[in-house]
Design a protein around this ligand. Sequence first.
Ligand code: ADP
Length: 251
Amino acid sequence: MTHARRAAAQALDLVKVYGRGDAAVHALDGVSLAIPAGRFTAIMGPSGSGKSTLMHLLAGLDTATSGTVLLGDTDLSTSSDAELTAVRRDRIGFVFQSFNLLPQLTAEQNIELPSRLAGRAPDAQWRANLIGMLGLGDRLGHRPAELSGGQQQRVALARALLGRPDVVFADEPTGNLDTASGQEVLGLLHRSVRDLGQTVVMVTHDAVAASWAHEVVLLRDGRLAGGIVDPRPDTVLAAMASLTAPAAARA
Ligand code: ADP
């Protein structure tokens, strides 16, 4: 018998409208989905389909016009700003396209900054595992400017994972990397799920990047437009092509 996986995060009939009246944009138009715990999920869709908006809402970075966001059992839609700040600090890890490391801090200081700000002492064994898996042992004293893009993103990944967050959200994590470094970072995101049991959600428009995920969620025009389990680059490309085909060709 198979058991449904626990949802790390859920969206229930999520709506996000920017602007009002004639200028209103329905960035999300009733999205319901569950992000399974301990899995690597990619969110894909054409530009403007609502990927970033969905990620921001799931991560408690923005609030919905209507609908519900659950992180585990916590209802983010009814949380105060102070509660959302605490959720982002204590339960969520972020990896950005542009790394977002502080240039004046060493790799080690960057990795530990969120824990220090939260007043948490990182688990020494977990920290050592992460640094080893991410190959950062001999880079800890370097500042970001002394590191390659791939190394900087690995530092950002260590920073995101150090607090063992409920979910790591990665926003186009390979967008600023060459192909080889990008593949390395994707492999490490995959390993953080497979070997460390973490939950990762990645927004990407790159079919090869998405093929590292266990599951792809497709968006179009602010709505769910299907999904792919065990994606491969060719199945993702085909799904994306059918999403962006003119309506007549889809009928
Ligand atoms: P994606 O990440 O798939 O490119 P977004 O979530 O960024 O899509 O955007 C979805 C839609 O919402 C787009 O039409 C976009 O122009 C609009 N949008 C996003 N953010 C804002 C904003 N702050 N103000 C107004 N419109 C926005």
